[in-house]
Structure formats: C-alpha cells, structure tokens
Ligand binder design. Structure first.
Ligand code: FPP
Ligand code: MG
Length: 325
C-alpha cells in the first residue's frame, strides 16, 4: 500500500467494538460528569491506544472475552491526561473544538479527568491481575513525571535533545508502551515477548510525539485540530526548535529567546520562529528520526511469526509517521 493511502479505515471494526465498550463502562449518577465525559470521550478521538492494546493481545493469542473491556482503560487514562493537560496549558482548543476547560472551566475539567482516571482503575481491578495493575500504575507515575519534567523546562531554550527525549518518553510513550505491555501481561506471554512489546510501544510512542511536535510547525489548524505554533506560545521547546537553535549563532539564539521566552511571544515572533524552523531542515531531521523510531519498533516484532495481526501493528507504526493530525 502506498504510504499516503495509509489510514485507519482498516481498523473500523475494532473501533466499533472499542466504542461500544467505552459506552458500557462509562456511567455516572452525576449529570455533569456524563455531560463533560460525553464531550471529552465520545465526540472524537482516534482510539489508538485501545486499538494497540487489542492488537497486542491478539498477537499473543489472548482468548479472553474481556479484551475490549480492558482496552477502554487506555482511552480513559489518555483522555483524563488530556483534560488535565489542557488545564495546565490553558488550552482553548482540542480536536477541532473548544477544549473542555474552555467550555466548563478548569475545575470541572480537572475533576472529569480524575473521574476518568478512577474509572480506568475500576475497570483494571476487574482483571484481578497484580502484574497488570502494577504496570498500569507505574505507567501513570511515568506520565506524571514526564509532565512535571516538561513543566520544569518551560521556556528553557537550553533544553538538550536528551532532556527532550526523556520528557516525551515519559509523558507520551509510556502509555502506549504500557498498553502493549499490558496486552502481553494479560495474555500471560513469556517475559521476552512482554519486553519486545514494551519496546515496540515505547518506540512508536516516541515517534508519535515527535510527529505531534513536528505537526505543531507544519500542519494547518483545520487538519491538526489545535492551533499551529501552540508549543512555542506555551514555551515548549521541542525537537524541531532544538535542531533549529543548534544551527544558529549564540547571539541569534539569545535575541530570539529574549523576544519569545521571557515575555511570551507575540504573533509576529511565532511566525518568525515557524519560518526559521521550516527553513533550516529541522522538520526533515525530526521526521527522519521519527521514522527511525518506527523502524526500531517494528524490529522488536521479530519475535513473532508473520501474521495479519503483526502486519496491522506494522501498519499502525507507518500510520503514526504519515498522519496529518
Ligand atoms: C499531551 O501532550 C499530554 C500528554 C501526552 C500527557 C499528559 C499527562 C498528564 C497530565 C499527567 C498524567 C495524568 C494522568 C491522568 C495519569 P502535548 O501537550 O504535547 O500535546 P497537545 O499539544 O495535544 O497538548
Ligand atoms: Mg499540551
């Protein structure tokens, strides 16, 4: 299949079953919880994390009927983290619409995130599986650490690539990796298989965030669903900017930092920076690095014989670097 034709349509049946389970699990006696949840969980979202979990279970020959029920854990944790993230970022837009914090305010958005996270754990305990729960809770710890590390480096134009990689590995890749690992754990797969799937998830997760950060410089808002240049405005230094700054003279970096980092960038500063990042090859470099992570991820699947499920996971890796939103 040519790369540009790759999309998620081939997974439609999986998404239908995942959505059915999300509906089944989601209920509250409090109308506001249902209202905000309906908006945050059900009106959009790619469902990539539950899909990856289901595919990993299938790859490990898991035959339990509860796989779709457990897949919801990863969507609930993901949406909970986005609700919190939008409050932290003071974001106005998410998935082409006003963010939940914009519509209901920060307090309701934070509490809805808490609700969804608690819901995820209440589903998880039904697995009655301590290694599964251990992996999940460790994942939540890592995500939070990543987010705090990112916070500690807001407006840090000296941020190194290694520090950036540590942030994105923890805040984003850990959940995707956790979904893969939990698939192996639920399936009682041998430890070398769990390790391979953990690494597969970590590598595609890193690629996913590299592309997210790249799209922040390249996409149109209409496609991406959130404003372009959002990271710069939020003081987030990401790999395209790190590559760009590494090619500038120190005085030039200093001058741009004075304008952008200290007082918060004006529209014109954001445009200047976007132009600079687009002009100097930083985006190609970032994309190549994302591609290398996907290649690395796919190599970890070598422990499995060729099968349609394995090809699905490989395709998903390719989708992650080809996506436009
Ligand atoms: C979005 O990234 C945010 C994350 C990947 C992680 C958020 C994690 C937390 C808030 C802490 C853990 C929370 C729970 C519930 C365990 P981004 O800001 O790069 O993407 P964006 O541009 O879409 O905002
Ligand atoms: Mg954010």
């Amino acid at each position: 299949m040519p790369l540009h034709k790759l999309n998620l349509e081939q997974f439609e049946e999986y998404f239908t079953r995942i959505n059915e389970e999300l509906y089944k699990v989601f209920d509250s006696r409090v109308p506001l919880v249902e209202e905000v949840g309906q908006y945050a969980v059900f009106s959009s979202g790619k469902r990539l994390r539950p899909l990856i979990f289901v595919l990993c279970c299938e790859l490990c020959d898991y035959s339990g009927k509860d796989v779709y029920q457990f897949s919801t854990i990863f969507e609930y944790i993901h949406v909970a983290s986005l609700l919190h993230d939008d409050v932290l970022d003071n974001a106005a837009t998410r998935r082409k619409r006003p963010s939940a914090n914009q519509v209901w305010g920060n307090q309701a958005a934070v509490l809805e995130g808490d609700f969804l996270f608690a819901k995820a754990l209440s589903v998880a305990v039904r697995a009655d599986n301590i290694p599964f729960l251990t992996k999940l809770t460790e994942t939540a710890v890592r995500m939070t650490e990543g987010q705090i590390l990112e916070l500690a480096h807001v407006n840090d134009w000296q941020l190194t690539k290694a520090q950036y990689m540590e942030i994105i590995t923890a805040k984003t890749a850990s959940l995707i990796s956790g979904a893969c690992a939990c698939g192996a754990i639920l399936s009682e797969a041998p430890s070398h298989v769990e390790t391979a799937l953990t690494q597969f998830g970590l590598n595609i997760g890193i690629a996913f965030q590299l592309i997210d950060d790249l799209l922040d410089y390249t996409a149109s808002e209409a496609e991406f669903g959130k404003p372009v240049g959002k990271d710069l405005r939020e003081g987030k230094v990401t790999l395209p900017l790190i590559h760009t700054l590494s090619q500038l003279a120190p005085q030039e970096t200093e001058r741009l930092m004075e304008r952008c980092a200290h007082a918060g960038p004006e529209d014109a500063d954001v445009e200047t920076m976007i132009r600079l990042v687009r002009a100097n090859g930083a985006l190609d470099r970032t994309w190549e690095e994302a591609r290398a992570f996907v290649t690395g991820a796919v190599d970890y699947l070598d422990v499995f014989p060729d099968s349609p499920i394995k090809r699905n996971l490989q395709n998903l890796g390719r989708y992650i670097i080809e996506r436009r939103y």
